[in-house]
Design a protein around this ligand. Sequence first.
Ligand code: DGL
Length: 274
Amino acid sequence: MAVTDNSMKDYAIGVFDSGMGGLTAVQELNRILPNENIIYFGDTARIPYGSRSRETILRYASEDVAFLKQHKIKMIIAACGTVSSVAMDDPIVEDMPFTGVIAPAIEAACAATEKKRIGIIGTPATIKSGSYIRAAAETHPDIMIIPQACPLFVHLVENGYTDFGNPVTRLVAEEYLAPIKKEGVDVLILGCTHYPVISDIIGDIMGDGVKLISAGAEAAKSAKRCLTEHDLLSSRKEKGKNTYYVSDSTEMFEENARFFLHEDVHGDVFRSNF
Ligand code: DGL
């Protein structure tokens, strides 16, 4: 761990994802840490990561981290279930505070389940890694985790098939969620940061008795705890600012980002090719 000093308190929090999904973490960061500056990198030119090999995901993630480190940052959040899953065995950040989404989401889900039965949905790479199951086994071996890969969700979300009445997304979601529903879970982890954008459809299919946990939002809460522990919370009195970098079109990003942020993008958006 690098030595931290007081001047680092006002450095930004670095957040990255394969695309726009990580904005679900940014939304929560803005809510719970309004005075922090945030630097976001979305690798929109190379999304999706979730259907790629472990080696490729690790290479992309290392490049994303290296990009964030070119800026003055005090912490990194991998706001991507896929990257967080592969980084469980191969750490990608060792010289500053870091969190992925797996442990924070598992912690929240285990605290919320009464039936001790939790469903987890994610990208193929996330589910194949067994990351959530392994994380739960470490701390809560008595809790059953039921996994399900949802390969089409990221494409539907990135293409704007997100409204509650969308028949295509509903049909796909019904198909994916049926096996988990049958298992009688009372908590479902949205293990990919893209999924909260269609949480109303997912929630409607799962029913009122099932609590949904957003992995991105839980990572944001975990980041707040981590910065508090390291005495790295900003001393800034005014509102912090968000700066976004994407590896593809800034126009497309601004158009779609509001579905993740639930408001228009505030802050500069730049295109960057690493
Ligand atoms: N947001 C990424 C995740 O949380 C999924 C998108 C992708 O497949 O790249 O897993």
